[in-house]
Ligand binder design. Structure first.
Ligand code: GLY
Length: 316
C-alpha cells in the first residue's frame, strides 16, 4: 500500500475567541478529531479515498459545531437549503445536491448521484426525493435547526437592518465542512457539505455543489475542498484553478493553493480557506482569515487539529 493522507476543514473566518465558549471550541476540536478518525480508519484499512472523505464529512454533518447537516445555517426565510458534493479523482466522476432540506446527510446523496451516473447535480425537492428512493435517512427540515443558528439568523438580520452585515462575526455568518484524501492505491477524492451562509437569499446556491469550484479531485494533481464566500470560489473556479496551476505550471500544492487563497481571493477582502492533498501525499490548509477549523493526519498516523494559530496533537 502506498502513502495515505487525509485533511479536513470545518469552515474558516474571523472566529473571534469570544464567539464561542472555551467548552464549545474544545468540543469542536473533539468533533474534528472524530471526523479524522472516521476517514483515517477507512484509509488505513486499505479503503478508498472516496469512502474516507465521505466518512469524515458525515461526522461533521452530524455535529452541531459546523455549518453542514445538523446545525446548518438558515436562509433569509428561516429555511435550510443544503448543498454538498463529492468527486472521485480516479475517474473524474462526481455527484452533488443543492437546495435540499430533508436528507440527513447530504454528502451521502451526492455519492448516490455520482454512482447512478445520469446526472452530476440534482436540486431541491427532486434531489430530496432521489435520496428517499435511494434509501437514505430522511428527516424533517427542522432537524437541522439548532438554537445557535436561530440566534445567528436574528443577529444577521439585525446587522442587515443596521447596514453592518460585513462586521458580523463569523459564527453569525457562514462555515462549510470538507475532506480530501489520498488512498493507498494512489487515488484522490474530495467532499464538501454546507448550509451556505446565515440569512442567504432564498434559492441561493454556493460553490459547494459546483464541481471545480468548492470541490475538485484529479489523480496526479490534487484534491481540494474550499470554505468561504462561495460566489468568489465560483468566479475563480478555485478547486480546478489549484489543480491547473499544479498540472500546467508545475507548482507545488502549497504554492498553488496559497496563490489562490492569499492573492486571488484575498484581494476581494473575503474570508477564504481550503484543504488540499497532493498526489504525493502532501497536505496544505491555507486560510486568509483569523482561523479555520481544520485537521490532518500525517503518514505516520499522528492526528492534529486546530482552529486558530495553535495546533493540537490529539490521540485518535
Ligand atoms: N462556501 C460555501 C458557500 O458559500 O455556500
Amino acid at each position: 500500500m502506498g502513502k495515505i493522507a487525509l485533511a479536513i476543514h470545518g469552515g474558516c473566518g474571523v472566529m473571534a475567541k469570544l464567539d464561542l465558549t472555551e467548552e464549545e471550541w474544545a468540543a469542536s476540536r473533539v468533533d474534528l478529531g472524530r471526523a479524522l478518525k472516521a476517514g483515517w480508519e477507512v484509509l488505513s484499512k486499505g479503503g478508498s479515498a472516496l469512502d474516507a472523505v465521505q466518512a469524515a464529512v458525515v461526522v461533521m454533518e452530524d455535529s452541531p459545531h459546523f455549518n453542514a447537516g445538523y446545525g446548518a445555517a438558515l436562509n433569509t426565510d428561516g429555511k435550510h437549503e443544503l448543498d454538498a458534493s463529492i468527486m472521485d479523482g480516479r475517474t473524474l466522476e462526481a455527484g452533488a445536491v443543492t437546495l435540499v432540506s430533508r436528507i440527513r446527510n447530504p454528502i451521502k446523496a451526492a455519492r448516490k448521484i455520482m454512482e447512478k451516473g445520469d446526472a452530476i447535480l440534482l436540486g431541491g425537492p427532486a434531489a430530496d426525493e432521489f435520496a428517499r428512493k435511494a434509501g437514505l435517512d430522511m428527516v424533517e427540515p427542522d432537524y437541522f435547526t439548532t438554537p445557535r443558528r436561530i440566534k445567528a439568523l436574528a443577529a444577521m438580520k439585525a446587522h442587515a437592518a443596521a447596514g453592518t452585515a460585513a462586521k458580523a462575526s463569523e459564527s453569525e455568518k457562514h462555515g462549510t465542512v470538507g475532506a480530501v484524501a489520498l488512498d493507498g492505491e494512489g487515488h484522490l477524492a474530495a467532499a464538501t457539505s454546507t448550509g451556505g451562509y446565515n440569512n442567504k437569499p432564498d434559492g441561493r446556491i454556493g460553490d459547494t455543489p459546483i464541481i471545480g469550484a468548492g470541490t475538485y479531485a484529479r489523480d496526479g494533481a490534487c484534491a481540494v475542498s474550499g470554505t468561504g464566500k462561495g460566489e468568489y470560489f465560483m468566479r475563480y473556479a478555485v478547486g480546478h484553478e489549484v489543480g491547473a496551476r499544479i498540472s500546467y505550471l508545475g507548482e507545488s500544492l502549497e504554492k498553488a493553493a496559497a496563490k489562490v487563497i492569499q492573492e486571488d481571493l484575498k484581494k476581494h477582502n473575503i474570508g477564504a480557506g481550503l484543504v488540499a492533498v497532493g498526489a504525493d501525499g502532501s497536505i496544505t490548509a491555507p486560510y486568509n482569515t483569523d482561523g479555520m477549523f481544520r485537521g490532518w493526519v500525517t503518514p505516520e498516523g499522528e492526528f492534529f487539529v486546530g482552529t486558530h494559530g495553535e495546533i493540537f496533537q490529539i490521540q485518535p
